[in-house]
Ligand binder design. Structure first.
Ligand code: HEC
Ligand code: HEC
Length: 304
């Protein structure tokens, strides 16, 4: 009996060691599991001007702008509440000590699309890299050129206030293995117009609309079947409406374009609870064509 127990225990230990070793690779050397080539077409030269547009289309300021700073610099400090605790958004100005000055283009692409920082640490998906993973390398390098052109602001990052076990960064490897898709498919219907195609890129990628407009599971990952279909409990714990054509009964595409420019529904309700920020920092700054493109895409989304 004792021998049997000893053997089972030994077997268990061997298994535990094997599982531990298998997990240690993604946890401590994520680059071996998740990678993306930082290549661009020949002759591509990053443009800070195009990058400034993508900075708006990505809504970066909604999270990275420092509360109380008039100049809107993305020096961080904003507190993002979540069911797992509070995230304190970091400084992404080009300051070398406290920001992301000195990052290479490849470092930036890896952080934005794989959630891995230059030190090889996992980033929390509260930073919506699962959406930004859809962005092209060219757009990401333009975006970096814009960030590089900003004034460096020295403002030290504060640690996130997360409960155990969420506070253990290497543990994010498990989450990523289970839920993170570094090459996500588009939800665009196959027979889509050129406008809807552009809208899909903007809404699914930089616009990261699904991050708030979908329901999440126990682990905080988007439930694929609720993509853009709304959730009873959004970031603030309250209902967030669905934004597929199927959910927006009675809305015309023009209503959607108007809401994205002015932050008001066809009933005259002012959008609030974070959507006001999305409109202010992102959709109101897009070209009319791009707002129409997002509307064309969302209207093309029917039931799942
Ligand atoms: C919903 C809020 C949110 C939005 C929108 C957002 N970020 Fe972040 N970002 C975060 C959080 C939170 C972190 C910290 C993640 C961590 O510590 O693991 C972060 C981290 C980063 C980092 C890594 C910084 C470091 O020091 O490791 C970069 C780079 C970054 N964001 C760039 C951007 C850019 C560019 C945009 C716009 C395209 C953007 N973010 C939009 C919340 C956001
Ligand atoms: C930070 C979370 C967040 C993000 C990101 C976000 N939304 Fe919203 N959105 C909301 C919330 C919350 C509401 C409900 C606002 C209210 O109740 O006032 C809303 C409302 C809306 C509405 C009104 C729907 C209705 O039935 O009244 C539209 C349209 C909309 N969002 C479109 C978008 C689009 C397009 C994007 C991406 C470019 C986007 N949202 C990104 C949180 C978000």
């Amino acid at each position: 009996m004792a021998g049997l127990l000893r053997r089972a225990l030994k077997g268990g230990l061997v298994l535990a060691a094997a599982v531990g070793a298998a997990l240690a690779v993604p946890a401590f050397a994520p680059g071996l599991v998740w990678s993306r080539a930082a290549t661009t077409p020949a002759g591509f030269a990053p443009s800070a001007e195009r990058g400034a547009y993508l900075y708006a289309a990505g809504g970066c300021a909604s999270c990275h702008a420092t509360p109380g700073r008039e100049d809107g610099a993305p020096a961080g400090g904003h507190e993002l509440a979540s069911p797992f605790g509070s995230f304190l958004v970091p400084n992404i100005t080009p300051d070398r000590e406290t920001g992301i000055g000195g990052w290479s283009g490849e470092d930036f692409i890896r952080a934005m699309t794989l959630g891995i920082d230059p030190k090889g640490r996992h980033l929390y998906p509260a930073f919506p890299y699962a959406s930004y993973a859809r962005m092209t390398n060219e757009d990401l390098l333009d975006l970096k050129a814009h960030l590089d052109s900003l004034e460096p602001v020295a403002r030290a990052n504060q640690p996130h206030q997360l409960g155990f076990p969420f506070s253990v960064r290497p543990g994010l490897a498990l989450w990523k293995l289970a839920f993170f898709d570094p090459t996500p498919d588009s939800r665009l219907p196959v027979a889509a117009s050129a406008a809807a195609r552009r809208g899909a890129y903007l809404a699914e990628g930089p616009g990261h609309c699904a991050e708030c407009h979908s329901d999440r599971n126990f682990a905080g990952a988007i439930r694929p079947e609720t993509w853009m279909a709304g959730t009873p409990a959004g970031p603030d714990g309250r209902r967030v409406p669905g934004i597929r054509g199927a959910d927006l009964g009675g809305w015309e595409p023009e209503d959607l374009v108007f809401a994205l420019e002015y932050g008001m529904t066809p009933d005259g309700d002012e959008l609030a609870r974070g959507m006001d920020l999305v409109v202010r920092e992102n959709t109101s700054k897009l070209t009319p064509e791009d707002r129409e493109a997002i509307a064309a895409y969302l209207m093309s989304l029917r039931g799942s």
